[in-house]
Write a protein that binds this ligand. Sequence first.
Ligand SMILES: Cc1cc2nc3c(=O)[nH]c(=O)nc-3n(C[C@H](O)[C@H](O)[C@H](O)COP(=O)(O)OP(=O)(O)OC[C@H]3O[C@@H](n4cnc5c(N)ncnc54)[C@H](O)[C@@H]3O)c2cc1C
Length: 462
Amino acid sequence: MASYDVIIIGSGPGGYVCAIRCAQLGLKTACVEGRETLGGTCLNIGCIPSKALLHATEMLHETEENFGKMGIKVLRPDVDWPRMLEYKNETIEANTKGIEFLFKKNKIDWLKGWGSIPEAGKVQVGDEVHDAKNIVIATGSEASSLPGVDVDEKVVVTSTGALELGKIPKSMVVIGAGVIGLELGSVYGRLGTDVTVIEFLDVVTPGMDAEVQKTFQRILKRQGLKFVMGAAVQKVSATKTKAKVTYKLKKNDKEETVEAETVLVATGRKPFTDGLGLDAIGVAMSDRGQIITDAHWKTNLDGVFAIGDAIDGPMLAHKAEDEGMAVAETIAGQAGHVNYGVIPGVIYTHPEVATVGKTEEQLKEEGRAYKAGKFSFMGNGRAKANFAADGFVKILADKESDRILGAHIIGPMAGDLIHEICVAMEFGAAAEDLARTCHAHPTYSEAVREAALACGDGPIHS
Ligand SMILES: Cc1cc2nc3c(=O)[nH]c(=O)nc-3n(C[C@H](O)[C@H](O)[C@H](O)COP(=O)(O)OP(=O)(O)OC[C@H]3O[C@@H](n4cnc5c(N)ncnc54)[C@H](O)[C@@H]3O)c2cc1C
C-alpha cells in the first residue's frame, strides 16, 4: 500500500500521457492498468495496429498499381498474411514497450491489475488499497454492437477481431460507414476481399463536410468497396464459417440479405467504466454511460477526475492525450486547457481525409457568413508526379474578417497537412496569413496555400 498525489486508472493515450505530465510536474504518480501491456485501446487494438495494416496494404496497392507506371518491374506481390500480422504485432510491442520505458524514466509506478474506487481518495487494485489525493479515471471505451447481433470475434467481429483474422476472408460485410469501418474495409479491400459496407444513413462518415463525404465515397467505390446506404441491419445469423446479414432499406422498407465470410460490426464505441464501482460512490453518469465532468474534468466527487473516451467528446486518442495533459496541469495548480474547437480528425485511408473546425453545413446552420477557398490536388505538381492527385483542400473563413473557421482535406498526407491549419487556427489566423506564408515547392502543402489564396483573389494553379 502506498500513498500518491495522483493515481490514474487506465494507461491509454489519456492515462499514460496524464501520468507522464503529472510526473513532470513533480507529482508522485501511479497508473493502474489491467491489460498485460500499457497503451490502452490505441496502442493495443486501435490506432497503432490499424495503421500498421493500412500501411502494409497501402504498400501492396502502390506496388500493384503504380510501380509499373514508374518503370519498376516487380513480380506480382504475394501476401504472407501471418507475417503481416506479425509485423502488426511487432509494431504494437515496440510502442507498448516504449510506454513502459517512459514510465520507468519518469518514475511512475505501474499498478498491475484492474482498479476500483472504494471511496474518494482510495484506489483498490487486487487486495491492495492505495491512497490518492487525486484520482483520474481514464478507462476508455469498448466496441458497441447492435441488438440482434452476437459478436464471436471470429466470424462476426468488432475491430478487435478484424485486426487478427485467421485468414484473409473472401468476402466481408462492414456494418457502419464510420472511420473504423472504412479504414478496416480498405485494408481488406486492398487484400482482395469483396467488401460491402452497409450504412444506416445516406452518407459515409456522418458529421463530416458533405463535399468530402461525397468525394470520399466515390473514391472508395472506385477502389472496389460496395455500399448499401440507408439500410438498417435487422439481424446477423452466423455459422462457423460465414454469416448472413439481413437489412431493411429505408427507401422502400424492403428486407434484403447479404452473405459473407466475415462481418465487421463497426457501429461505434461506448465508454468503459465496468468494475470501477462508480455507482456505489455516486459518480454522476450521463444516460449514454459517459462520466459527467465540468470544464476542468472534475466529476461531482472531490478529487476524482475523468478524461478521454470515458467522458463526452470525440473518441480520439489525441483528444484523450490533450485532456490528460490538461488535467495533470489542473491538479498541479496550473491552468490546464483544451481547445475543443481545434481538434483534428483524420481517416487513414488512401487518400487520407482530415478535418478541423466547422463544416460548411454547420456554418450554414449557424447563419454565419463565410467564404470557401478550394484547391484540387490536380493542380499540385508533387501530387501529379506521385499518382496522388485525387481530392482537394477546402478552407472556410469568415466572410468579413477572413479568420479561418474550418478546413477539410481529402488527398495525400491530409492527416499531416491539416496541422498547419490547426496552428493557424490556434493563433486566430486569417486565410491571408496562410496565403502569404512561403511554402516549399514541390510539396503537397502548396495545395493548402492555394486553398488559402482561393479565399482571397484566387489560387495561382487553377
Ligand atoms: C480500430 C481502432 C482504430 C482507431 N484509430 C484511431 C486513430 O487512428 N486515431 C485516433 O485518434 N483514435 C483512434 N481510435 C480511437 C482511440 O483508440 C481512442 O480514442 C483512445 O484510445 C482513447 O484513449 P483513452 O485513454 O481514453 O482510453 P483507452 O485507450 O481505451 O485506454 C483505456 C485503458 O484503461 C484500461 N482500463 C479500463 N478499466 C480499467 C480498470 N478498472 N483498471 C485498470 N485498467 C483499466 C483498459 O484496459 C485500457 O487499456 C481508434 C480506435 C479503434 C478501436
